[in-house]
Ligand binder design. Structure first.
Ligand code: ADP
Ligand code: GN1
Ligand code: MG
Length: 387
């Protein structure tokens, strides 16, 4: 997007200083994210603070300059952006109270929305696009692959804690920002519809993937049937617990903040557990083309199991604990179905940076599902060791 337009949009928010830079930031698949640099006019540039900024490849922060996140919400994905913003505002205000009670640092342990000059939590531009801004969490990193075991353990604890901090949140006030988000049978139906339509003529080229999905039709029901039967508790969950949706402090190595709150909705703890395993316990990137490199690491799985059970603070029921491995399989399968559906429909949902990327993503997910199916007995045994 043009710099001039971005600066005009930024001018609607209450930032500390004048905007001097705006660059695309992060590896999210959904929203358009920028990092803004603001400088206070008339102030000398001070000595830089700390080592962290250097590690992230970010120009070091001086006390006279401040970073922010500016994001354009994806209206294709979130048809009611104002509801997303109400959820984000409600959840972050709630978290702030809890963090204060625990003696924490509200500016780093939760997202903080920056208001507009007219006191709103977002700005709607003349084209009807929704923009929001957050304080930038400095000296912290989001990872796309596990580099250190400890980071993955930290992510498990922080996601478990997140669920615990929201355990008594008034769930009925939350909007369903994406309907049927983790309703796997519904995802399967949408896949079948996309296949039937075959809008881009791509179905003929992917017989193996189509067979893989069709063979597992019954799998799609395993969690929803239990939920419908009242055997699993509905909780307030994050629903998008990828490793790159948390920030790890560069100095202490602790996971400090859960970000990307657009999908916080009532859901199953198994969604959050499963989605983290899908992404973080994989031995390769989500879009790896060499499937020889893709497997579910039982070592990383075990680290996450331990951290998540601890982070949830004893709240998980026996039924939830029994189903953790199935949660991992199902969330991976569901995500694979979603990538494949998007490939069939012409890549309208997930951002792609090259042709065929959604198909590559679907393939890694199916490879992980097949691997986890083989490893299911060990995955169950590992949970039993920590419950
Ligand atoms: P998406 O929904 O597209 O995944 P995210 O909200 O996850 O968007 O943001 C994309 C990336 O931007 C994150 O993975 C993270 O690297 C970075 N990011 C988001 N919010 C902040 C923040 N408050 N401080 C620092 N970095 C952030
Ligand atoms: C998207 O927004 P991001 O990149 O953190 C998606 C998740 C998928 C994930 C796959 C709102 O997450 O559901 O699991 O991509 N978010 C939405 O990488 O659809
Ligand atoms: Mg994200």
């Amino acid at each position: 997007m043009e710099q001039k337009k971005l600066y005009a949009i930024a001018s609607h928010f209450i930032f500390d200083g004048e905007v001097v830079e705006c660059v695309p930031f992060g590896n999210g698949h959904i929203n358009d994210t920028y990092r803004l640099t603001c400088r206070r006019t008339g102030e000398e540039k001070q000595e830089p603070q700390g080592q962290g900024a250097r590690k992230q490849g970010i120009p070091e922060q001086s006390t006279a300059q401040k970073h922010y996140i500016l994001q354009k919400l994806n209206r294709n994905v979130f048809p009611r952006p104002e509801e997303v913003m109400e959820n984000v505002s409600g959840v972050t205000e709630w978290l702030k109270k809890k963090i204060l009670e625990n003696g924490g640092d509200v500016s780093r342990e939760t997202l903080n929305l920056v208001h507009t000059h007219d006191g709103s939590i977002c700005y709607v531009d003349p084209e009807g696009e929704y923009w929001r801004a957050y304080l930038f969490i400095e000296n912290a990193t989001t990872y796309d692959l596990v580099e250190k075991d400890e980071d993955f353990y930290q992510s498990a604890v922080v996601f478990g804690n997140f669920q615990r901090l929201l355990a008594d949140y008034p769930a009925s006030t939350l909007h369903e920002t994406i309907e049927n988000f983790h309703n796997t049978p519904d995802r399967f139906r949408k896949f079948e519809a996309a296949l039937e339509m075959d809008a881009c003529g791509r179905a003929a080229g992917i017989p193996e993937e189509l067979r893989f999905v069709r063979e597992r039709r019954d799998l799609t029901h395993v969690l929803s049937d239990k939920l419908d039967a009242g055997l699993l508790p509905l909780r307030v969950t994050h629903n998008d617990t990828k490793l790159n949706n948390i920030m790890i402090d560069n100095e202490t190595g602790k996971a400090i903040c859960v970000i990307d709150l657009d999908t916080v909705m009532p859901g199953l703890s198994l969604y959050d557990f499963g989605d983290s395993i899908r992404f973080g316990a994989s031995t390769a990137a989500e879009d790896e083309r060499d499937l020889e490199k893709v497997s579910c690491s039982l070592h990383l799985y075990e680290i996450y199991v331990k951290g998540f059970i601890e982070g949830c603070g004893g709240a998980l029921t026996d039924a939830e604990l029994d189903l953790l491995p199935m949660g991992a399989i199902l969330m991976t399968f569901e995500c694979g179905i979603r990538f494949l559906t998007d490939y069939l429909e012409g890549d309208h949902y997930f951002k792609i940076h090259r042709e065929g990327q959604n198909l590559d993503r679907a393939r890694t997910q199916f490879c992980l599902v097949a691997d986890m199916e083989k490893k299911l007995p060990q995955m169950k045994e590992i949970v039993n060791r920590y419950r």
